[in-house]
Ligand binder design. Structure first.
Ligand SMILES: NC(=O)c1ccc[n+]([C@@H]2O[C@H](COP(=O)([O-])OP(=O)(O)OC[C@H]3O[C@@H](n4cnc5c(N)ncnc54)[C@H](OP(=O)(O)O)[C@@H]3O)[C@@H](O)[C@H]2O)c1
Length: 440
């Protein structure tokens, strides 16, 4: 019997995810080697600070501060880029791909910024790039889109892709607590970064939406071409008002394509979801995604979207695919890392074609005639009001007005809000939430 193939792995970045991958590969080595039919060697790892104390122990000789030495080491077959960022991470990724190696990445920011270059480099030099851990952590969403749902055209994908935001929103709702207090708690518990803006302003979700839109539709749409809004202006009162209307509030990425016009829309927005929708009930740091394909209908995916173990699980699944590729070549069973076919006639949907119902919260002077003025502005922009709720305001002499609308579009609602913000009776910039009447 021939001895099993030996596959050598290098880990660039020995932080949360890198150590998780090392730990679980070591712990599950025997099982993985049996399942994969290959001997796995964890050769080296890199970190910036070699003196830092780390929970996962590693022989000093195996730890380097030079990730490029790992990426270019001819003995290493699989390079895991687990550093983050778009500078050195790009260099490491391209150096490995140029040498025909397999790169496994969890880095959505890098893929969003340089995906086209990375996949072109892989194609040109015979390298391969796997990135299951970059979106929705431990949920095998990329595999589902690429393999399980390969027969489908994706009319709509939407989901909760940022666990930090979902944790904050859940806590605000459950504890009736203001955003700033919950954010401070989230930082203390390590659920939010010291600089929280990437998460709470929606950019991390936008990076992931960009990766999903490319996988589903073959078009790179960067965050600066999306509608991206964060969660920082939501208040506990919004949850109460939403509940009286029968909704919860979630930060969603929504990717839609109209296959008759080939217009694609990608947006990241806090959204009212009907209480009966499964995603409306996904709490805490969990992620959840709804994928609608033209053949399969709607499928749902729920699980841990981040954290050491869940992310390591996704990285190791990519390592397993990489091992299969090294053992068997691009076999018939292997959907692998082919880039999706580019869509030549796809384009971004213009704002007037992105339609929704809306929730508008206004802080207004508590005076007669204000509601009539607001209603006339909305009528001028052809936005039709569905309901009006007046709540008391913390501000003396002010009232909080929540208006929901019938279906309108982004251009009309944008013009309406600009007009409303200019009224002397409107005291603060309006808050706008989309109403996602998604029933599955
Ligand atoms: N954490 C998660 O739950 C999660 C989930 C999904 C995806 N991801 C992605 O996984 C990647 C890694 O995240 P992480 O949370 O593991 O980050 P992390 O804990 O900050 O670890 C980053 C590692 O890379 C090293 N590093 C960073 N910059 C470097 C540089 N310029 N030169 C050399 N080494 C450098 C760090 O060295 P030191 O240790 O010496 O500082 C550290 O070992 C990111 O792309 C992230 O977006 C993370």
């Amino acid at each position: 019997m021939s001895s099993p193939l030996t596959i050598t792995i290098g880990i660039c970045g020995f932080g949360t995810v890198g150590q998780g991958v090392w730990k679980h590969l070591e712990r599950s080595r025997a099982l993985l080697e049996t399942r994969l039919g290959a001997k796995l060697v964890l050769a080296r790892a890199s970190a910036r600070d070699l003196k830092k104390k780390r929970p996962v122990k590693i022989a000093a000789a195996k730890l380097t501060d030079d990730p490029l030495a790992i990426a270019t080491d001819p003995k290493i077959d699989i390079v895991c880029e687990l550093m983050g960022g778009t500078g050195l991470a790009r260099q490491v990724t391209l150096a490995a791909l140029t040498r025909g190696k397999i790169v496994v990445s969890a880095n959505k920011a890098l893929i969003c910024a340089h995906g086209a270059e990375i996949f072109a480099t892989a194609r040109k030099h015979g390298g391969h790039f796997f990135f299951e851990a970059s979106v929705a952590g431990g949920i095998p969403l990329i595999k589902a889109l690429r393999e399980g749902l390969v027969a489908n055209r994706f009319t709509r994908i939407y989901g909760i892709l940022n666990g930090t935001c979902n944790y904050i929103l859940t806590q605000m709702e459950e504890r009736d607590a203001p955003y700033a207090d919950v954010l401070a708690d989230a930082k203390r518990l390590g659920y939010a970064e010291a600089d929280e803006s990437l998460d709470v302003d929606g950019w991390d979700t936008a990076h992931k939406a960009s990766v999903l839109a490319w996988l589903a539709h073959g078009m790179w749409i960067k965050p600066d071409r999306m509608l991206v809004e964060g969660i920082s202006r939501i208040t506990p009162a919004d949850f109460k008002t939403a509940a009286t209307l029968g909704y919860g509030i979630k930060l969603l990425a929504v990717i839609t394509r109209d296959f008759t016009t080939n217009e694609i829309s990608v947006r990241v927005q806090p959204t009212l979801l009907p209480e009966g929708n499964v995603l409306a009930n996904v709490s805490g740091v969990f992620n959840a995604i709804s994928v609608t394909g033209d053949i399969v209908g709607t499928t749902l995916y729920i699980g841990r979207g981040a954290g050491q173990d869940a992310t390591a699980s996704a990285v190791i699944s990519d390592i397993a695919d990489a091992v299969a590729l090294l053992r068997h070549g691009k076999g018939a069973h292997h959907m692998g890392d082919d880039a999706p076919a580019p869509c030549a006639d796809c384009r971004l949907a213009p704002p007037e074609r992105i339609r929704s119902r809306y929730y508008v919260r206004l802080s207004v002077k508590d005076q007669p005639g204000v509601l009539a003025r607001v209603a006339s502005v909305m009528a001028k922009h052809h936005v039709s009001i569905a309901s009006v709720i007046q709540n008391p305001s913390d501000r003396i002499g002010a009232a909080s007005l929540v208006l929901t609308t019938h279906e309108s579009d982004e251009r009309a609602i944008g013009a309406t809000l600009k007009h409303l913000a200019g009224l002397s009776s409107v005291l603060e910039p309006p808050v706008l939430l989309r109403i996602g009447d998604f029933n599955d």
